[in-house]
Design a protein around this ligand. Structure first.
Ligand code: PD2
Ligand code: ZN
Length: 292
C-alpha cells in the first residue's frame, strides 16, 4: 500500500495549486492504491481544511452519494458446507467432486444410493403435475413456457423416509432442517428444460414479499439427480460458464445469499434441454430462518 512520501506531498501541493477538486484528488489516490480514509486525510490536510470546514462536509456528502449509487459487489464469505473430500452427512458419506468459489458451487457424488433414487422416483411418478414458476409481479404460481417439467412437493418430515432425506440434506448443507422448504421432485421428458433463472426471490419485484414473509429469503439450493440422463439435461450456470452433468445420486449445491444478505448474480442457472431419455431431480431450497 502506498504512503504519503515527498513525491506524493509534491503531487498534493501541485494539484491544490492547479485548482483540482478534493474529490478528484481523493479518487486518484484511491486508484493508486490508498485506502479512502488515508487519501481523504492527506487531501484535506493539503487544502489546510479543518474538520469543521465546509470542505470536510462537502467531501463526506460526495462519498455518501457515490456509495449509494455504486452497485455493491457481492462479498464471498465462508460457505457453511464442511471442508474435506468426504462429508459425513447424517447417515451417509458424501463425496465432494468439485468446489467453485465464485459463484459458490459444490458438486457431490453419492448423496443418495441408487435404491433411494429409485424409491423417490417410484413414489412420485403417479403424483406429478405440471410445474409452475412464481410470477414476479403477483407472487402467484403460474404454469409458463420457461419450465417444461412436472413436479410434486413433499412436506418436510412427511414420513420416515422423507425425514431421513431432509436430515441428510440439512447435515450436508450444514443448515438447520427447520429452515428447509419441503423436497420438490421434478420430472423432465425429452426436450424438457428450465430456462436460466435465480432461485432467490428478486428483492425489487413486488411478488417476492409474499414468499419471503415466511422464513425470509432463500440462501442456497441443492439439486439432486435421481437418474442418469442419456443426453443433455445438465444444470447450467451461464454467467460462470459452467455446467454439471446429471448423474444418479449426485448433486449440485449453490449458495447465493451471504451473511450481509447480498445476493449473488453469478448464480444464474438453468436446466439445459433434455436431448435423450428423461430427467428426474429432487430439489431442496433453504431459507434464512425457520420455514413452515
Ligand atoms: O433441473 C435442473 O438442473 C435445475 C436447473 C435449475 C433445477 C432448478 N434450477 C431448480 O429446481 O431450481
Ligand atoms: Zn433453480
Amino acid at each position: 500500500m502506498p504512503v504519503v512520501d515527498t513525491a506524493w506531498e509534491e503531487w498534493l501541493s501541485t494539484n491544490v495549486a492547479r485548482g483540482c477538486s478534493p474529490d478528484s484528488m481523493i479518487g486518484a489516490m484511491v486508484q493508486a492504491g490508498f485506502v479512502t480514509d488515508a487519501a481523504r486525510a492527506a487531501v484535506l490536510k493539503a487544502f489546510g481544511a479543518s474538520p469543521d470546514s465546509p470542505m470536510f462536509a462537502a467531501v463526506a456528502a460526495t462519498e455518501a452519494a457515490l456509495a449509494k449509487a455504486a452497485p455493491q459487489t457481492y462479498q464471498y464469505d465462508e460457505m457453511p458446507v464442511a471442508r474435506g473430500n468426504v462429508i459425513r452427512a447424517h447417515d451417509r458419506d458424501v463425496r465432494v467432486l468439485m468446489r467453485c468459489e465464485r459463484p459458490q458451487v459444490i458438486v457431490f457424488a453419492d448423496v443418495l444410493s441408487p435404491d433411494e433414487c429409485a424409491e423417490m422416483i417410484e413414489r412420485s411418478r403417479h403424483r406429478l403435475k405440471r410445474s409452475t414458476t412464481v410470477n414476479p409481479d403477483t407472487g402467484k404460481e403460474d404454469v409458463i413456457r420457461n419450465r417444461t417439467s412436472e413436479g410434486i412437493w413433499y412436506q418436510r418430515g412427511e414420513d420416515e423416509f422423507i425425514e431421513r432425506m431432509d436430515r441428510r440434506i440439512a447435515s450436508l448443507m450444514n443448515w438447520p432442517v427447520e429452515n428447509g422448504e419441503g423436497l420438490q421432485i421434478l420430472h423432465y421428458g425429452t426436450t424438457g428444460e428450465y430456462r436460466p433463472h435465480f432461485d432467490y426471490f428478486p428483492p425489487d419485484q413486488p411478488g417476492s414479499a409474499v414468499h419471503t414473509s415466511q422464513g425470509g429469503q432463500r440462501v442456497a439450493t441443492l439439486v439432486i439427480y435421481l437418474n442418469d440422463v442419456a443426453d443433455g439435461g445438465e444444470t447450467i450456470f451461464p454467467e460462470a460458464g459452467m455446467s454439471v452433468a446429471a448423474q444418479q445420486g449426485g448433486a449440485v449445491y449453490f449458495r447465493y445469499m451471504n451473511g450481509q444478505r447480498q445476493l449473488d448474480p453469478l448464480t444464474l442457472h438453468g436446466g439445459a434441454p433434455v436431448l435423450g431419455g428423461d430427467k428426474w431431480i429432487m430439489t431442496k431450497w433453504v431459507r434464512e430462518r425457520a420455514y413452515g
